[in-house]
Design a protein around this ligand. Structure first.
Ligand SMILES: Cc1ncc(COP(=O)(O)O)c(C=O)c1O
Length: 264
């Protein structure tokens, strides 16, 4: 049988890093430096709570936006840690990892051929997710001599009438580079000038050791134009649990999220 396959899906190359991961998975005496993952299992207090929740019967459909208790905890955490205020009812969405969060954001914001600026090198799924949503990924080269950083003037130059968003990821996978508050302020000014939505994948934010990590929505005026993505995979050694979240303007986060249950 000749199966119908989408043209876009056909054009997306397989992930090299995943092929490598599958190759070494289960091999003894090999340290895999491929996927970004802590080298220890989820701490026992987290595993124990999950077991207890299952025993208590937390096994049913949740709201489309995720369990309200969890959204409230995410809101508390962001307020405590970064002074960021998000309404758990309307501005926080629980997702299947940051991976689903990115997919949903792209689908929510892009129309055909809308452009998204992405640093190159970048995390492997950014381009496919942009293209599957009908958009175009515009790569901005970040060479070693700029410390693999995007520069404000480079971003400004790349913008045209079809540019809708910039996807930031800091600390970056794969380069490890991150941005100081001053550097981020430069990017924020361009985002304002060019009316860009900023999708900020900060999944490695808690693994910043050399200076304080600045979440993009904490910069003046940026909360309203940022979709902040984070999750539990890296900071809590929970990669297999598949839990992440997206926080941002209710117009994007709550878009069609009310109504039926996810999966129903
Ligand atoms: C930059 C970046 N974003 C997102 C992810 C995926 O995160 P999650 O496990 O929450 O889907 C990864 C995983 O390696 C990553 O490196």
């Amino acid at each position: 049988m000749k199966y119908p396959i989408s043209k876009i899906a056909q054009q997306i190359p397989p992930s090299g890093i995943r092929q490598f991961f599958d190759l070494v998975i289960g091999m003894k005496d090999i340290i895999s430096l491929g996927v970004g993952e802590p080298d220890f299992v989820t701490p026992w207090n987290i595993r124990e709570s999950a077991i207890f929740s299952l025993e208590e019967g937390y096994t049913s459909y949740t709201s489309n936006k995720g369990l309200l208790e969890l959204r409230k905890e995410v809101a508390h955490h962001l307020l405590r840690k970064h002074g960021l205020e998000y309404d758990p009812e309307e501005e926080i969405l629980i997702t299947v990892g940051v991976s689903e969060a990115k997919d949903l954001v792209m689908r929510a914001i892009l129309n055909k051929n809308d452009k998204v600026l992405i640093a190159e090198p970048s995390y492997v799924s950014y381009r496919p997710l942009t293209e599957l949503a009908g958009g175009k990924a515009v790569y901005l080269h970040t060479p070693k001599d700029t410390g693999f950083k995007l520069l404000p003037k480079q971003i400004e130059k790349a913008c045209d009438k079809k540019t809708r968003a910039i996807l930031l990821n800091y600390p970056s996978n794969p380069t490890g580079t991150s941005y100081t508050k001053k550097e981020l302020t430069g990017i924020a000014k361009v985002a304002e000038k060019k009316n860009l939505l900023v999708i900020s994948d900060e999944i490695y934010g808690d693994l910043t050791y050399d200076f304080e990590h600045t979440p993009f929505p904490t910069l003046p005026g940026m909360k309203k134009r940022t979709v902040y993505l984070n999750g539990f995979s890296k900071a809590y050694a929970m990669t297999g649990w598949r839990v992440g979240y997206a926080c941002g303007p209710r117009e994007i986060i709550s878009l069609r999220a009310d109504g039926c249950h996810r999966g129903a």
